[in-house]
Design a protein around this ligand. Structure first.
Ligand SMILES: [Ca+2]
Ligand SMILES: [Ca+2]
Length: 193
């Protein structure tokens, strides 16, 4: 009590988030309030982040995927997400197919952060995505997309790559932007009930 100042959202972060997301000042301030309530120390740990994902995917196992998403948003690599990193995460994962979202998707697939994607990295992330798809939905997937390996093969064939070739960021973004079917290979949108 009487300490509201240190708990307020700094003007700098607010301006930065208004500029870099579609959210309004009101939205950001009210999210900040609830963020502070849930995370009094102002940070989300990896296990807390995994719990948030678990709530969204009660019928499947989003844990590995959540871990990769966490890595991609922990831009300063300190093992926690602060409010800014968290809001950027929300913004990017909830927007449609934009260049910005695909820049993020690239960083998600670039597991070792060396600036290019290998087929093994693709397989690793697609395997994590697959674990989020409930079993009954997996049964309904097209025959050439119903295992992580088939999906990785399909993606690699689309980009005309050999097994040991690498995919650069620009190539990835431009390729996916051009093709909705490829976009659906690299993400999972739960069906609205
Ligand atoms: Ca961080
Ligand atoms: Ca890489």
């Amino acid at each position: 009590m009487g300490n509201s100042k240190s708990g307020a959202l700094s003007k700098e972060i607010l301006e930065d988030l208004k500029l870099n997301t579609k959210y309004t000042e009101d939205e950001l301030c009210s999210w900040y309030e609830s963020f502070q309530k849930q995370c009094p120390d102002g940070r989300i740990s990896r296990s807390e982040f995994e719990k948030i994902y678990a709530n969204f995917f009660p019928n499947s196992d989003p844990k590995v995927y959540a871990r990769h998403v966490f890595r991609s948003f922990d831009t300063n690599d300190d093992g926690t997400l602060d409010f800014r990193e968290y809001i950027i995460a929300l913004h990017l994962t909830s927007t449609g197919k934009t260049r910005l979202k695909l820049e993020w998707a690239f960083s998600l697939f670039d597991v070792d952060r060396n600036g290019e994607i290998s087929k093994n990295e693709v397989l690793e992330i697609i395997t994590a995505i697959f674990k989020m798809i409930p079993a009954e939905e997996q049964k309904m997937l097209p025959d050439d997309e119903n295992t992580p390996q088939k999906r990785a093969d399909k993606l690699w064939a689309y980009f005309n790559k050999g097994e040991t070739d690498k995919l650069a960021e620009k190539e990835f973004i431009e390729g996916v932007l051009k093709n909705d079917a490829i976009m659906s290979l690299i993400q999972y949108d739960p069906k609205k009930k």
